[in-house]
Write a protein that binds this ligand. Structure first.
Ligand code: FES
Length: 136
């Protein structure tokens, strides 16, 4: 049985240099592939008056209006992305997929979801118009 040939310092330098060149060549490729275009904010106008119920259910968020305060909470569950529904009886957002529960402020209360919901900024419609503008 023969023992492996001893590696010289020159061999080590060549090997290190080749890894360095390979890394330098691939860096722009990895950087290009990992670049994500930031999502542009979308302004959604809500014309419906929350009225006595105190909320308006939209496809991507729920707008709450209570005691003079208005806020909007995402309907996308932070577990696996199912669309949440609002249960008026318990005043919570409930995920139909795995039963995560969230408060109307978006705080996670129970279930497999680990994160709270996104809360979107809300402003009154401009020029004294009726409704709200939600930036999602
Ligand atoms: S997707 Fe909502 S709890 Fe799993």
């Amino acid at each position: 049985m023969t023992s492996p040939a001893p590696r010289s310092r020159r061999w080590l330098l060549r090997r290190g240099l080749s890894w360095l060149v390979l890394g330098a060549a691939l860096y722009p490729v990895f950087r290009f592939l990992s670049f994500a275009v930031p999502k542009k904010p979308v302004r959604v106008k809500v014309d419906t008056d929350p009225g006595l119920r105190g909320f308006v259910m939209e496809p991507t968020f729920i707008l709450f209006h209570r005691q003079g305060k208005t806020w909007a909470v995402s309907r996308r569950c932070t577990h696996l992305g199912c669309t949440l529904s609002y249960d008026e009886a318990i005043d919570q957002l409930v995920c139909p997929c795995h039963q995560s529960h969230f408060s109307t402020a978006g705080q996670r209360l129970a279930g497999p979801a680990k994160l709270s919901l996104k809360v979107y900024p809300v402003e009154a419609a401009a020029n004294g118009g009726q409704g709200y503008i939600v930036t999602i």
